[in-house]
Design a binder for this molecule. Structure first.
Ligand code: FAD
Length: 383
């Protein structure tokens, strides 16, 4: 694996850093306080090509390789995880699934809008009673002539109240993963309702919704993949999704470290900058080493994806390590900032609140350990 970046990758990283510093960083506190990012940011992300990365140009995408995609996600995570999540879901979970599993017509219909930011997508897997055990979901899709009629509810759906299209996983067959199919459901369809979930610990600027589908009719052409492959689509989306989350976690931890180094050099106690004390340097060193280790795990996943090698376990390792490190790094950053770290005047409190969910969604840390354990032993410890 070559650890040096190509000129294109470096240019993309610089572009992303620049964009985030200009368009995101100055607004994050305000967006967090009012619990909503400015929706105009979606169009701006589309205009700069970030919502179409890795999607072929013929479908409105901006192309690019997997590592460039991870570098963009890292910068988004450094800037504001609420924004990173919007992109991770609309492009990473839904756009990439359409690109991988869709027919030519489906790609032509859905991808250009998602890549430009004219439309936004959400990923509806989790239900009120099924989270980690997603294969037992109970939303149903019943075939009726040339249509499916979908009924059920979805919980904790990122972009849920903003999305124009929802990738909904529903049961078309018997129990278990093989009975699940995937559907592209326009959120304007009759019988589709969404409610904003308020009061989140972090990611406050991002829409998180509860979806209710009451006899929603979609034509057969809206089914993504064959009947019964829905769970496979969901799991392959989540494997790549874990790489996006891990990248965002690296950026978040890097942001916490950058802020801590700067603050420690400026803040004076006992007549000297606190950066000159060994115990403070120890915190900075721990953050730096673990954040770099997380970044290298992410880069390894990107390398495996590019070479079309199996990457699921590597993605679980990266997501597990990077998300736990994001929480630890943000927590240490608050320690470096002392009492000021506890106020949202400085960025580190938000980093900690945002980081916490990363160990929960797209598979909790326990689920990642079970996936890694299964790969190591060949034994399933889920049930
Ligand atoms: P549970 O599955 O009930 O788990 C509770 C606890 O039990 C956890 O600690 C878990 O690790 C543990 N546990 C469960 N099973 C086992 C086991 N076999 N062995 C050991 N421990 C176990 N979902 C979507 O579909 N789309 C989205 O866009 C989306 N966005 C989200 C955004 C936010 C802000 C949040 C909070 C969640 C989001 N989710 C989304 C849902 C998320 O993926 C789930 O919350 C997550 O998968 C965990 O499911 P759960 O909350 O039902 O917890």
């Amino acid at each position: 694996m070559d650890l040096s970046l190509t000129d294109e990758q470096q240019a993309l990283w610089d572009l992303a850093r620049d964009f985030i510093d200009r368009e995101v960083v100055p607004n994050t506190r305000e967006w967090d306080r009012r619990e909503q990012v400015d929706r105009a940011i979606v169009g701006k992300l589309g205009a700069v090509g970030f919502l179409g990365m890795t999607i072929p140009e013929e479908y409105g995408g901006s192309g690019g390789d997997t590592l460039s995609y991870c570098l963009m996600m890292e910068e988004l995570g450094r800037g504001d995880s609420a924004i990173r999540g919007i992109v991770s879901v609309s492009l990473g979970l839904v756009g990439k699934s359409i690109a991988a599993w869709g027919t030519h017509e489906q790609k032509q219909r859905w991808l250009p809008g998602l890549c430009s930011g004219e439309s936004l997508a959400c990923f509806g897997l989790t239900e009120p009673d099924t989270g980690s055990d997603a294969a037992s979901l109970s939303t149903r899709a019943v075939r009726d002539g040339d249509e499916y009629v979908i009924t059920g509810s979805k919980m904790f759906i990122t972009n849920g109240t903003w999305a124009d299209v929802a990738l909904i996983f529903a049961r078309t067959g018997g129990p278990g993963p093989k009975g699940i199919s995937a559907f592209l459901v326009p959120t304007a369809a009759e019988g589709f309702a969404h409610t904003e979930i308020k009061g989140k610990l972090g990611l406050r600027g991002q829409s998180t919704g509860e979806l209710a589908l009451d006899g929603v009719r979609v034509p057969v052409e809206n089914r993504l993949g064959d009947e019964g492959v829905g769970f496979k689509i969901a799991m392959s989306a989540l494997d790549k999704g874990r790489m996006s989350v891990a990248s965002g976690c690296v950026g978040l931890a890097q942001g916490a470290l950058n802020a801590s180094v700067q603050y420690a050099k400026e803040r004076t106690q006992f007549g000297k900058p606190i950066a000159s004390y060994q115990l403070v340097q120890q915190m900075l060193a721990d953050m730096a080493v673990n954040t770099d280790a997380a970044r290298l795990l992410v880069w390894r996943v990107a390398d495996l994806v590019e070479r079309e090698q199996p990457f699921g376990t590597a993605a679980s390792m990266a997501k597990l390590f990077a998300s736990e490190n994001a929480v630890n790094a943000a927590n240490l950053a608050i320690q470096v900032f002392g009492g000021y770290g506890y106020l949202d005047e400085y960025p580190v409190a938000k980093y900690l609140r945002d980081a916490r969910v990363m160990t929960l969604y797209e598979g909790t840390s326990q689920i990642q350990k079970l996936l890694i354990g299964r790969a190591l032993t060949g034994l399933n410890a889920f049930t």
